[in-house]
Write a protein that binds this ligand. Structure first.
Ligand SMILES: N[C@H](CCC[C@H](N)C(=O)O)C(=O)O
Length: 289
């Protein structure tokens, strides 16, 4: 099947974007994996699909597949690329668009300087909704909130980590570390991602607090491995840092691929994320059946 695609990136988190507004492509998980493959396909962390509006007042539907072919609920860096894509392809002339993911409506706003602000919705702390199975586990009090001790089979002397757990529509576990450059992301990331207490796996964030207004962050993403940036991960880390009493309400998140600015006014309020969105190239490709 020959398809047109656009390669995009937001703070180094990279995507293949597909326009399915005129006709669905109905790709299989194996075809998503092939598109994301950096040797045999195009190469990307996620595949983003732009689909027709599902309801009045919503401009588009927004589907996300990880490099492992699995469909997921949210992609923050992808949302910024989404609005740049639909405007550049003439699918809308609006500067602010509303999109429906599998479980929430996001508002994406293109700024005059070319960056994008996304209303990422309110974080969710209800553990079964993350989902996180806390049965038999005692949380450790941290500031005015709590963190959960996880034992990691196979991690040797790093057998235990302490994570804050929350959902940005997708699941996140955030650990505070002294220095992201020396954090064992490649070892601990997959062990946290696949931990049995996360029945739908989890994105694992490693946060180094620089000040009350700045952090460094690395994320081992569910279904994609370590990415240069993770938008929902940046939101989850800032929300966790605020609730743990370590951060103020507006934080610059320094990722390996660029800086994201996250704002959260507290319980029940939406998280706002601002950052870059870039079109890298367009092309056509024959996807194996
Ligand atoms: N790996 C994530 C999806 C992509 C999130 C990330 N790329 C972002 O910018 O939010 C998950 O499985 O929930």
């Amino acid at each position: 099947m020959r398809i047109r695609f656009t390669k995009m990136q937001g703070a180094g988190n990279d995507f293949v974007v597909l326009d399915e507004t005129r006709a669905p492509l109905a790709l299989t998980p194996a075809q998503y994996r092939w598109l994301a493959d950096r040797h045999f396909g195009i190469g990307a962390d996620q595949i983003l699909s732009v689909r027709p509006s599902p309801a009045p007042g919503i401009d588009f539907a927004y589907a996300i597949h990880n490099a492992d072919g699995g469909e997921v609920e949210h992609c923050g860096n992808g949302a910024r690329c989404f609005v740049r894509f639909v405007r550049e392809r003439g699918l809308t002339d609006k500067a602010t668009v509303k999109v429906q993911t599998v479980n929430q409506v996001l508002e994406l706003r293109m700024l005059p300087d070319g960056r994008v602000t996304v209303d990422m919705g309110a974080p969710v702390f209800d553990l079964p909704a993350v989902p996180f199975d806390a049965a038999g586990l005692r949380p450790e009090p941290v500031g005015a909130w709590q963190a959960w001790p996880l034992t990691l089979p196979g991690a040797g002397d790093r057998a235990a980590v302490r994570v804050a757990v929350l959902s940005m529509g997708n699941p996140h576990a955030v650990a505070e570390v002294e220095d992201v450059d020396t954090a064992s992301v490649a070892t601990l990331g997959p062990l946290i991602e696949g931990h049995a207490r996360f029945p739908r796996r989890v994105n694992a964030g490693f946060m180094q607090v620089l000040s009350r207004g700045a952090i460094r962050l690395r994320v081992w993403e569910r279904g994609a491995g370590e990415t240069l940036a993770c938008g929902t991960g940046a939101c989850a880390a800032v929300v966790a840092g605020i609730r743990l009493g370590r951060l103020d309400r507006r934080v610059d998140v320094h990722t390996r691929g660029g800086v994201l600015t996250i704002e959260w006014a507290g319980e029940g309020q939406p998280v706002l994320m601002t950052g870059p969105a870039t079109t890298v190239f367009e092309g056509e490709i024959d996807v194996p059946e």
